[in-house]
Design a protein around this ligand. Structure first.
Ligand code: FES
Length: 253
């Protein structure tokens, strides 16, 4: 039987939803796999919405907004672009970045809406079903996605995404402007660090564990796990409660 993907679409009210409406009233043909959630602006899409949709089994997620410069709230879609960039970078870590797409469709582009949805549906069909959809989801990927979801909603990532445009496009009070390349380096290392830290936290939800067992389970060098453990302890997110012989066992607070 042919695979029929489950696709979730977040459409901004003023452009893309109206574009979808136009495609409908013009009787344009496109695959029926998409289920639409209307939001007032693409800037309203919290990365959590996308991660959660994938976690509960969507095979693909598409976000559509007004063309850049046309957002009814002026800069909402520029913000959406930054958040989506972070989503893709995180999802790349678990090879899921090709299951999401951000695009722009205006209210007069019914044909373009049909074309974008057709292309995306064909693309997801070619990828096949999500390994975390269905009755038997891959537990390891599911845990890693949970770690990503938690990492992306943490203060550090929210602060970096929220300030990226201001930091890289404008000068600060000292007349300095941060170079985009430099910012991207900081951003990429923050993504990897927060991902690994939250993988540790997700793993500690199951049981108390030692650094050695965490390192073996998560396939991270023990010295790196130790660095993350020190950071998580200083943040008050973990603690150690008992010793197995001389080995401290950590638990999630
Ligand atoms: S109103 Fe459409 S993207 Fe902001």
């Amino acid at each position: 039987m042919d695979f029929e993907p489950k696709i979730l679409g977040f459409l901004c009210n003023w452009c893309s939803y109206a574009g979808a409406d136009l495609a409908g009233v013009s009787r344009m043909q496109y695959p029926p796999n998409i289920r639409v959630i209307r939001v007032m602006c693409s800037g309203r899409i919290d990365p959590q919405f996308i991660f959660e949709a994938l976690r509960v089994g969507a095979d693909g997620v598409i976000v559509l907004g007004c063309h850049l410069g046309d957002c009814h709230y002026l800069e909402g879609n520029y913000e959406a672009e930054k958040k989506f960039d972070m989503v893709k970078r995180f999802l790349k870590l678990i090879n899921f970045d090709n299951r999401v797409r951000l695009d722009w469709v205006s209210a007069s582009e019914g044909a373009r809406y049909a074309q974008v949805i057709t292309e995306f549906t064909d693309h997801i069909k070619a990828l096949g079903p999500s390994p975390i959809g269905g009755d038997n989801p891959d537990k390891k990927i599911l845990n890693n996605l949970k770690a990503i979801e938690d990492a992306a909603s943490g203060d550090r990532m929210r602060a970096l995404v929220g300030r990226e445009r201001k930091i890289t496009e404008q000068e600060n009070v000292y007349g300095e402007q941060v170079d985009l390349e430099k910012f991207n380096k900081v951003f990429d290392s923050a993504i990897v660090e927060e991902y690994q830290r939250h993988r540790i936290l997700v793993s500690l939800e199951e049981d108390t564990k030692s650094i050695k067992s965490l390192a073996a389970e998560l396939e991270i060098d023990p010295s790196v796990v130790l660095e993350h453990i020190v950071c998580l302890k200083s943040r008050g997110q973990i603690d150690f409660g008992e010793f197995m012989g001389i080995t401290p066992m950590f638990f999630k607070m």
